[in-house]
Design a protein around this ligand. Structure first.
Ligand code: SF4
Length: 126
């Protein structure tokens, strides 16, 4: 938040809180590795078990990234769902060794979002 404050103080633009558009949840979004393999997230490039097809054969159906994992009672009732959609797959992988467990950032949103809005209002960005 201090860095964001310094950016705004100096009159530069910085992203506002906005809905997340994660490639995992988009049907037609892929990233291509050097060898033509397709992935649903650039952070997983180089881990073949997360490849979802290749340029020759096209995308293949896969549950490797757990799309729709935010469709739980907890996430559906959460006010941060449009900013989160169940959290970052890569952070889950790093923190838990897999994508089965959600890396819930609710406490982070609780702490940071109100302050971001206060900053934006204070600097006339809203
Ligand atoms: S903050 Fe937690 S509960 Fe809310 S949508 Fe994200 S993962 Fe689900």
């Amino acid at each position: 938040m201090r860095l964001r404050e310094a950016i705004l103080q100096r009159g530069f633009r910085t992203p506002r809180p906005s809905p997340l558009h994660c490639m995992v949840e988009m049907d037609h979004a892929f990233v291509v590795d050097w060898d033509g393999r397709l992935y649903k997230c650039p952070a997983f490039i180089g881990r073949p078990r997360f490849a979802v097809g290749d340029l020759k054969t096209g995308p293949a159906p896969s549950d490797a990234y757990r799309p729709g994992r935010w469709q739980t009672d907890e996430c559906l009732a959460c006010p941060y769902l449009p900013q989160c959609f169940g959290g970052c797959r890569h952070l889950s992988y790093v923190a838990h060794g897999g994508l089965g467990r959600i890396d819930c950032a609710r406490s982070w949103f609780d702490a940071v979002l109100p302050e971001m809005v206060r900053q934006d209002v204070g600097y006339g960005k809203r």
